[in-house]
Design a protein around this ligand. Structure first.
Ligand SMILES: [Fe+2]
Ligand SMILES: [Fe+2]
Length: 139
């Protein structure tokens, strides 16, 4: 395993974050009614977390000598609220797995701060996943 592989992994994480920022913004716009009003607030709040993650990954990739991606990962656009939230939950869970995988890579390469920060970001996504599960339960 090499630094290049780590940079590649972090760039996949970054593309996922850009995609999530766009997805949550898009979904906030598509959230109607009383439940939609609450959802919009949650999406806006979580978008700020994802923006922080994207900014951190951008800085780290540059620091490692890589070129940070500006291309978001594409996402599905389900029509109903439940399918939308289930998609979000699935994507947050995938992000958790990827951050933990890449934190292990960072540890193996001796990047202690990066390892810890990626674990922290996995924990942020786990918080988002918990919030989504609560919302889905109420539907
Ligand atoms: Fe994130
Ligand atoms: Fe998230």
């Amino acid at each position: 395993m090499s630094k290049e592989e780590l940079i590649k992994g972090l760039n996949e994480d970054l593309a996922a974050e850009w995609g999530t920022i766009i997805r949550y913004t898009y979904q906030a716009g598509k959230s109607f009614g009383i439940l939609g009003a609450e959802l919009r607030e949650i999406f806006e709040e979580e978008t700020q977390d994802e923006l922080g993650h994207a900014a951190f990954l951008t800085d780290v990739i540059i620091d490692l000598g890589g070129e940070p991606t500006t291309i978001p990962r594409q996402f599905d656009k389900p029509n109903n609220l439940k399918a939308m939230l289930e998609l979000d939950l699935q994507m947050e869970q995938g992000d958790i797995e990827n951050y933990l995988k890449h934190s292990k890579m960072a540890e193996d390469l001796g990047y202690v701060e990066l390892k810890m920060k990626l674990e922290e970001m996995a924990a942020d996504e786990a918080g988002h996943a918990r919030e989504l599960r609560r919302l889905i339960k109420g539907l």
